[in-house]
Design a protein. Structure first.
Length: 371
């Protein structure tokens, strides 16, 4: 039973009045009684013709008040003794006014709160993802105006972010040219006992690596617009591992048969490249890539045998929590990993293994077929 039906039932039990959800039913003819006609005209005038009156003789005498504007409903009042109608007119009018006021307030609040809740939910989604769907204006004109303003704000923010990414990519690209010239110039220098030339070259390589990651971060929208693909990620892992076959790095693959997942190939490849390259540089030892099922999710793990992340347990939990915004990230590579995990609506776990070494675990949802 709905709240409106419970209200109608309680009203009939306590007062004998009947509340119907529409105003389309008319009963008999109008009573040819002067007081009845004056009451009818007064109600019509006071309500701007939104309330009409009719009379029902059978199966019980009732005076019906019909609210013909939205929301439409009818209220039946038990017929009174016309000799004493003047005495009861005031009390009935008060009850009718209160009933109409309460019911209209309930209906108005319902139709106003629903678009407000929808607007708040869409605003929350925009705060999490600027590329979320646009807000569909609905409800009163004031709420529609707010929704349109939020859509304009979303578009302006999206354009500003894209311009910042383009500027960042341009600056990073331009800086790589003079760094390359410096690197070539240092090759002309003779080796020195203090290792200054080698130190300069190492610093240049590190700066070029940082710039490369900045360019990757600035071009992240490429993966965001990439089409989704459904299938087994084992083949993608093998293709990535094959590209390291000529290097001295040992990649150990442990790929269990997995259900299909929904993923973006370019983004997931870049995810693996960042973790493998980071393990090659800092991890040491063999690098293991494995897939297995954990808690009905497909877990993609990349681990090494190095010294692990130089982070506290609290910091590792912070980096694993993709809901935490504006936090300092230990390296651009990890930031890219976080963005790709969030893109796939996956769970990310960054940890140090008890036996030594670092591990990054991505838990993807299994693809559920519909229809």
């Amino acid at each position: 039973m709905t709240q409106g039906e419970r209200l109608a039932e309680q009203l009939q039990k306590s007062t004998g009045m009947i509340l119907l959800p529409n105003a389309g039913t008319q009963f008999d003819t109008n009573l040819n009684i002067p007081f009845y006609q004056r009451w009818k005209e007064t109600l019509a005038l006071a309500s701007n013709n939104e309330i009409t009156m009719t009379y029902q003789r059978e199966p019980q005498p009732l005076i019906w008040l019909h609210h013909v504007a939205s929301p439409q409903f009818s209220l039946g009042l038990p017929s009174v003794d016309y000799k004493n109608i003047m005495k009861k007119f005031i009390s009935i009018s008060v009850v009718v006014t209160i009933a109409f006021t309460l019911f209209s307030a309930y209906v108005a609040a319902y139709f106003l709160n629903r678009p407000l809740k929808e607007l708040a939910e869409k605003a929350r989604l925009i705060g999490q993802d600027i590329d979320s769907i646009a807000i569909e204006p609905s409800g009163p004109e004031e709420i529609k105006a707010v929704a349109l303003a939020m859509n304009k704000m979303r578009t302006a923010l999206d354009n500003m972010i894209k311009k910042q990414k383009f500027l960042l990519a341009g600056i990073s690209h331009d800086l790589r040219t003079p760094l390359t010239r410096i690197h070539i110039a240092t090759q002309i220098l003779l080796p020195d006992a203090n290792g200054f030339r080698d130190g300069i070259n190492a610093d240049i390589d590190e700066m070029q690596g940082v710039l490369h990651r900045f360019i990757e971060l600035a071009r992240f929208n490429i993966e965001e617009t990439e089409p989704w693909q459904v299938g087994d990620i084992a083949q993608l892992v093998r293709e990535v591992a094959a590209k390291y076959s000529l290097s001295e790095t040992v990649l150990i693959l442990s790929l269990d048969p997995m259900p299909s997942v929904r993923y973006k190939p370019m983004a997931l490849q870049r995810y693996l490249y960042n973790l493998i390259n980071n393990s090659m540089k800092y991890g040491g030892g063999n690098i293991t890539i494995s897939t297995h099922v954990i808690d009905n999710k497909i877990a993609l793990s990349v681990s090494d045998q190095g010294s692990g992340f130089l982070l506290s347990a609290e910091e590792l939990r912070s980096y694993s929590d993709l809901a935490i915004e504006n936090k300092a990230v230990n390296g651009l590579g990890l930031r890219i990993v976080q963005l790709i995990a969030k893109m796939h609506e996956a769970e990310l776990i960054v940890c140090n293994k008890s036996e030594g070494g670092a591990e990054v675990l991505l838990k993807l949802k299994a693809f559920a077929k519909t229809g």
